[in-house]
Design a protein around this ligand. Structure first.
Ligand SMILES: Nc1ncnc2c1ncn2[C@@H]1O[C@H](COP(=O)(O)OP(=O)(O)O)[C@@H](O)[C@H]1O
Ligand SMILES: [Mg+2]
Length: 237
């Protein structure tokens, strides 16, 4: 029943310089909630998120969206692990995607203010981006990803460099965004965060999808030795 799924990947494979970074992976996802991608460093989480977002060239396989509206890149926001910093004010940085869409500066800035408000970025929005703290930069990146009111939000280890307070704030924002109906795909290697947020889980290891659960059974009853070892905090080779 491929047609019933929100998103279907079939034999998706990414190779670079003779090395297979990802795949072949095949799976389908349903269209609501927050899916966590887990797995050790180098497992292929970033590559998979980028592939689904359409910014990673596939060497094989295909990615199918049930609803063509979801396939449009402008319907998808992406928060990269390292925020992409521009030599602009915070406000113009957030407004940038809308300027690319052809909106006027006034209109785009108004929407950017609303997005900054949505993520509770309480700083002077006219200051240059580089003056922000790590947590503020991550909120700014989130605001920029949300400014087009995306149907889908991708986040690649958004809390990797944040302190506890900033992590709690980001998780609260993600809960609100999810409650608003945005589909979220997020990688993390923070198990606590994964348990707090996951509606479903994809566990990757060595470029392969090793386990997939609808729901949170992965954390209580992993089915594979790799999954069990990962959850116990063992180093996977
Ligand atoms: N541009 C690249 N060229 C070559 N190898 C890469 C490139 N990007 C990532 N890799 C490798 O691809 C594999 C998967 O990486 P990645 O998707 O970043 O994993 P993760 O996000 O789970 O840490 C790793 O072995 C990594 O070293
Ligand atoms: Mg990564």
């Amino acid at each position: 029943m491929v047609g019933a799924h929100w998103l279907t990947l079939t034999d998706v494979t990414v190779r670079r310089r003779g090395k297979t970074l990802l795949g072949p992976v095949s799976f389908a996802l349903n269209g609501s909630g927050l899916t966590i991608l887990m797995g050790p460093n180098g497992a292929g989480k970033t590559t998979l998120l980028r592939a689904i977002h359409g910014i990673e060239r596939l060497n094989d396989g295909r990615i199918e969206w049930h609803d063509p509206q979801d396939a449009d890149g402008r319907a998808q926001g992406f928060v990269f692990q390292q925020p992409v910093l521009m030599r602009r004010s915070v406000l113009d940085c957030i407004a940038y995607p809308l300027r690319l869409d052809g909106q006027s500066a006034v209109q785009a800035r108004e929407a950017a203010r609303a997005a900054a408000d949505e993520v509770q970025l309480r700083v002077n929005l006219d200051q240059p981006v580089f003056l922000l703290s790590g947590g503020e930069k991550q909120k700014m990146a989130l605001a920029r990803a949300l400014v087009r009111a995306p149907r889908i939000l991708f986040l690649d280890e958004p809390c990797a460099n944040l302190d506890g307070h900033a992590i709690i704030e980001i998780e609260e924002i993600l809960n609100r965004v999810r409650a608003g109906g945005t589909r979220i795909l997020m990688s993390t290697h923070d198990q606590g965060q994964a348990r707090r947020l996951a509606d479903s889980v994809l566990f990757l290891h060595k470029g392969q999808l090793v386990e997939q659960t609808e729901g949170r059974e992965f954390f209580s009853t992993p089915r594979t030795e790799a999954g069990r070892a990962f959850l116990k905090g063992e180093i996977l080779l």
